[in-house]
Write a protein that binds this ligand. Structure first.
Ligand SMILES: *[C@@H]1O[C@H](CO)[C@@H](O)[C@H](O)[C@H]1NC(C)=O
Length: 99
């Protein structure tokens, strides 16, 4: 859940692109009303937003309305989402080798 108590005051973007390959996915997050309606900022990616992968999947709350999001927000297929939320996406075996 995103709250204003630990992010400061005012409204916030979900993310801004450092470059055109920036990737952020919010998955099943309860978003409060501090999220700006556009959701995302292109920042250094400028107009090169084709390769930016910003997405939201299954989010709830007052800030989760995707009706006014930037047009370049990605809409992931079920297969893409399954790949991203599967532990194998971040763990190719290194996790179980930790002390
Ligand atoms: C989201 O957060 C609000 C505010 O705390 C709460 O009232 C609501 O029940 C939460 N929704 C879900 C789906 O957790």
């Amino acid at each position: 859940r995103i709250t204003s108590s630990w992010l400061g005051t005012g409204r916030h973007y979900l993310g801004r692109a450092w470059n055109k390959y920036a990737t952020v996915v919010y998955y099943q997050v309860n978003m409060s009303s501090i999220v700006v309606p556009q959701g995302w900022a292109p920042w250094y990616a400028g107009s090169e937003t084709n390769d930016v992968m910003f997405a939201e999947v299954g989010c709830t709350g007052a800030g989760s309305d995707m009706g006014r999001r930037v047009p370049w927000e990605k809409h992931l297929s079920e297969t893409e989402v399954e790949k991203l939320v599967d532990m194998s996406f971040i763990d190719d075996g290194w996790l179980s080798k930790q002390p």
